[in-house]
Design a protein around this ligand. Structure first.
Ligand SMILES: C[S@@+](CC[C@H](N)C(=O)[O-])C[C@H]1O[C@@H](n2cnc3c(N)ncnc32)[C@H](O)[C@@H]1O
Length: 178
């Protein structure tokens, strides 16, 4: 919702899709021109053919066939994935899952048959996180399922408070192949 709201500009309307109704409640509140719909991206997306000007996919699964169906001819797909060094030094200090080195190849495998890449950039943001915010960042990522809570709390306690953290985003732009 946060990123979609920023992308809407003066007049566009946006639809937030997610399997989580809790996530969608928040997304719907992010902007008056956002509608939110529960949808599994691996099933047909509840949007007509050729309706979407820009499809924004942020840290989420990608269904190339459905994305190509809903995008209008000439529309853009913008994919945001974790960049190199995302959440450094938390990854090393807390033993979090690191970014898959092969992520870019997997992105190409998933989209390359239907989409052509026309743009690419990496955006880095310097954060200063308090210990409770570090806990929230870990809790919203996949590592939350792989770390024992007591062990994690002890590792967070050993960090400086606040701790400087890098957020790194790899942004690729795609258009449907003809
Ligand atoms: C890391 S979060 C990113 C959420 C949001 N895009 C953002 O930028 O804040 C990944 C999201 O993908 C959603 N998700 C996972 N599998 C999905 C699926 N098959 N269909 C739709 N959404 C899915 C999860 O519910 C979760 O909200």
């Amino acid at each position: 919702g946060y990123y979609l709201a920023a992308a809407l500009g003066d007049a566009a309307a946006g639809i937030a899709l997610d399997v989580s109704k809790h996530a969608l409640k928040r997304a719907a509140r992010a902007h008056p021109r956002i509608g939110a719909v529960v949808a599994d991206v691996w099933r047909p997306i509840p949007v007509g053919d050729d309706r979407v000007d820009v499809l924004l996919n942020v840290f989420a699964p990608r269904n190339a066939e459905e994305f190509a169906r809903v995008l209008r001819p000439g529309g853009s797909l913008v994919v945001v994935t974790p960049g190199p060094g995302h959440l450094s030094p938390l990854v090393e200090r807390l033993g979090l899952l690191s970014v898959d080195e092969d992520k870019d190849r997997r992105l190409e495998d998933a989209l390359g048959g239907r989409f052509a890449r026309f743009g690419e950039e990496t955006e880095e943001i310097a954060l200063s996180l308090r210990h409770d915010e570090v806990g929230a960042v870990v809790g919203m990522g996949p590592s939350a399922w792989h770390t024992r809570p007591e062990e994690l709390a002890a590792k967070i306690d050993a960090l400086p408070d606040p701790v400087p953290v890098t957020a790194s985003f790899h942004i690729t732009r795609w258009t449907a192949s003809s």
